[in-house]
Design a binder for this molecule. Structure first.
Ligand code: ADP
Ligand code: MG
Length: 372
């Protein structure tokens, strides 16, 4: 075998240096890109993964199969092989963090027999979430529109009934001396009942419209417990009648929150009503208020009937109710109020055991951490 002469050796070394430099450049660029780039063979073995791919997919030193990381990837690779063309897919991962990833799987064959695939993944979790939220908001908005339209329409016939009840009362008074006093009293009683029922209906509609009005919270620095205490007072009689004990355990000196107290009262009212309605034979409601660096958290635990998984997943749907005379709008209102405060809500429930609803509202001033 001929030994390469110095000139050839020099050329080879220079070429090698150039290639190494190019490779380093390409790797630097790949590692700077905010897309996950992975090269694997048809057995799913990872041959290259840039830094972003390693962090998004939690690829450690050991994991070498992309099929283990992305379920459905094997089918996608088969499809790429069959059609010899780029395939687009979406993958959902739960580890290391739940994410939705959009993927392009690109075949490239170096003519070495085994096929190789480049996989480019982009994190679309945020877009997905905001799209879902938008659809949810639109759905809620259209139901609200419809409901408030119907409620509004009910106002007209009610007005007319009210006017006619007044006319009946006036005419009765006019002919009072011509009617048997007993009959007069019976008719007056009936008219009275009708009037008070019309007033009640009016009130229901007014509250309903109030609840459904687009929320423009009037935020001010507030005590998180005051609206809760006021709501508990309003419901006190009902709790006693239903043999429900109420227990409040609040951290001393809870920090203030930025809140609309009237909306918070509506929020607690709806949660407490649901808790109350989940117990047919008495029980207990335990309220616990705590704060951490960013939030004030109020959890309301009832010993009621709890919810099945299906009920739990549907409870925020407008008009979803399991009660014969429920309207299924309470949870939607609760959700809207929590959102209007930039807060969040967590629900734990077990059928037969009860439900814990925890509402977290941001503190008006996050805690200042002391430097140690
Ligand atoms: P409604 O109270 O009119 O049924 P909501 O929107 O307030 O409407 O609640 C929807 C459904 O969620 C209820 O019908 C019930 O099935 C379920 N739910 C809500 N809160 C509770 C609770 N504390 N315990 C058990 N089920 C609950
Ligand atoms: Mg309710």
């Amino acid at each position: 075998m001929n030994r390469p002469n110095d000139e050839t050796l020099g050329k080879l070394l220079r070429k090698n240096k150039r290639l190494t430099r190019d490779l380093t450049r390409i790797e630097t660029v790949f590692n700077a890109i905010r897309s996950a780039i992975i090269v694997s063979d048809s057995n799913g073995e990872i041959q290259f993964a840039n830094n972003y791919a390693r962090s998004v997919l939690g690829i450690g030193e050991k994991v070498s199969s992309i099929y283990k990381l992305l379920s459905g990837m094997e089918d996608a690779v088969m499809e790429v092989a069959e059609n010899d063309s780029v395939v687009l897919r979406e993958f959902e991962i739960t580890y290391p963090e739940p994410k939705v990833l959009s993927a392009q799987i690109i075949p490239f064959n170096f003519g070495e027999g085994a096929n190789t695939y480049a996989l480019i993944l982009n994190d679309i979790t945020q877009e997905r979430r905001s799209a879902e939220e938008r659809i949810e908001n639109e759905k809620i908005a259209s139901v609200l529109n419809l409901a408030s339209g119907v409620a509004h329409e009910l106002g007209n016939p009610l007005n007319s009934i009210n006017i006619h009840l007044q006319l009946i009362r006036r005419r009765l008074a006019k002919f009072a001396d011509k009617i048997d006093p007993q009959v007069l009293e019976a008719i007056s009683d009936s008219v009275g009942i009708c009037t008070s029922e019309v007033d009640r209906l009016d009130g229901i509609i007014e509250n309903f419209l109030k609840a459904l009005r687009p929320m423009r919270p009037n935020l001010a620095e507030s005590d998180p417990i005051k609206p809760l205490a006021e709501t508990l007072k309003v419901l006190h009689e009902e709790f006693v009648n239903l043999k429900i004990s109420v227990d409040v355990d609040s951290e001393n000196q809870l920090p203030s929150i930025l809140a609309d107290e009237n909306l918070l009262k509506q929020l607690y009212f709806n949660i407490l009503k649901n808790a109350m309605e989940s117990m047919s034979q008495g029980g207990s409601i335990k309220i616990c208020a705590r704060s951490d660096d960013n939030f004030v958290k109020v959890s309301i635990a009832d010993s009621g009937c709890g919810m099945s998984d299906e009920e739990l997943s549907r409870m925020f749907e407008p008009y979803f109710t399991t009660k014969p005379d429920g309207h299924g709008l309470g949870m939607m209102i609760i959700n809207a109020i929590v959102r209007a405060h930039d807060g969040n809500i967590d629900i734990q429930s077990k059928e037969g055991d009860g439900t814990v609803i925890t509402v977290s509202i941001p503190r008006s001033e996050p805690a200042v951490k002391m430097l140690s």
